[in-house]
Design a protein around this ligand. Structure first.
Ligand SMILES: [Zn+2]
Length: 376
């Protein structure tokens, strides 16, 4: 532990203990409090005065609705097409009947809407690690793109080595929004299979390197976009392992060990099931891999990574489409989130803050990832 960390623990601990003691609930036996106490004992010595974080009162948490046990939207996009909404024959910016693909106009409007509603982006890999660093009073938002097609369209390269994108593809719109809203923390994870982004091997290898150097992530969508449910373990090991191996050749150690399951299959599994264990670890042609999380296809918001029902092997997503507010489209999901279901951050990735009443059962908060717990 370094000094800064110690200071943080000591300051937070004193606040947390004050709050807990002022609370009617009997929290004496919670693991959270004993962790706080042990931190206090360790850290009462050196506390430099210059590194204090802002300390909030219970009233301030309540007024801002801080709740880090609530849900996080993980959006699932596919292709972004250079069309206006008026040019499609479907509802509100959908390009196909089921709304898997979106117009550039609709995608850009989606991004502005999330921002205006108080969402700020974060990396999927940080969410999986329980490391949620979003400003006080704001909510995390995670973008994912499956299949690579029409997401990153390279038109050429500038003399300084930066890519020239088709202005209607996903990455061009993301970069435009990034320039416009520096506090949005624009990022996304692209889940690729063997076709990559379809710009030709040389362009794709270069642009994948550019993406990871510019705050985006690349994940695994299997080698051949294979439905893994029902596959033999050997085939799963090939589909998952060969794609990691390919990514490791392009961006050694810089991809994320997360898989978006093609067709969301299998929908449920235990990570130690003999059938599906190869999704999570294996060796293909001498390349050994592990997977730290698996994403389902879509319908609704995801659990906070701190709660009991969060399952890293079956993380839910929201299908990014418009269906007039019905059938789990963007509007329906965000209406629910904005009416008491959204994760609202306390601004400190090292603490988990929520109303004590949200953990009445005593087992809803399940995993703290070593963070301090503050209830109000
Ligand atoms: Zn796919």
């Amino acid at each position: 532990m370094n000094i800064r960390k110690l200071t943080t623990y000591a300051l937070i601990a004193s606040v947390a203990v004050t709050m807990l003691s002022g609370c009617n609930k009997d929290t004496a036996d919670t693991p959270a409090e004993s962790t706080i106490e042990s931190s206090l004992t360790e850290t009462t010595e050196s506390v430099p005065e210059t590194t204090a974080k802002k300390i909030y009162t219970a009233e301030e948490y309540k007024a801002a609705g801080i709740n880090e046990l609530n849900s996080v939207p993980i959006l699932m996009y596919h292709r972004i097409y250079g069309m206006t909404n008026a040019e499609t024959s479907y509802t509100g910016g959908n390009v196909d009947k089921d709304g898997y693909n979106r117009t550039s106009e609709a995608f850009e409007a989606d991004l502005r809407m999330y921002y205006q509603q108080g969402y700020r982006m974060m990396r999927l890999t940080d969410y999986v690690d329980g490391n949620i660093d979003v400003e006080f009073g704001y909510s995390p938002l995670i973008l994912t793109f499956d299949d690579g097609i029409r997401d990153v369209v390279v038109q050429g390269w500038n003399t300084d080595g930066t890519p020239i994108f088709d202005p209607t593809c996903a990455i061009a719109i993301l970069e435009k929004i990034k320039a416009e809203y520096p506090d949005y923390n624009v990022t996304a994870t692209f889940f690729l299979y063997s076709i990559l982004f379809e710009n030709g091997e040389e362009n794709d290898y270069k642009v994948i390197k550019w993406l990871v150097d510019n705050g985006y992530d690349i994940g695994n969508h299997t080698l051949d976009h294979t439905k893994l449910g029902g596959c033999e373990p050997e085939e799963i090991e090939k589909q998952v392992g060969a794609m990691y191996k390919k990514l490791d050749q392009i961006i050694p150690g810089q991809y994320v060990n997360i898989i978006a399951l093609p067709y969301g299959s299998p929908e449920s599994m235990s990570e130690d099931s003999p059938q599906y264990s190869k999704i999570f670890s294996g060796t293909y042609e001498g390349f050994t891999y592990t997977t730290k999380a698996a994403l389902l296809c879509a319908w609704t918001r995801s659990y906070s990574p701190f709660v009991r029902d969060y399952n890293r092997t079956a993380i839910r997503r929201i299908r990014a489409y418009d269906n007039g507010g019905d059938d789990w489209d963007i509007a329906m999901n965000f209406e629910q989130l904005n009416n008491g279901k959204r994760y609202i951050s306390d601004g400190d990735p090292d603490t988990i803050v929520f109303p004590a009443s949200d953990n009445d059962s005593g087992d809803w908060l399940k995993t703290t990832y070593g963070h301090q717990v503050i209830t109000y």
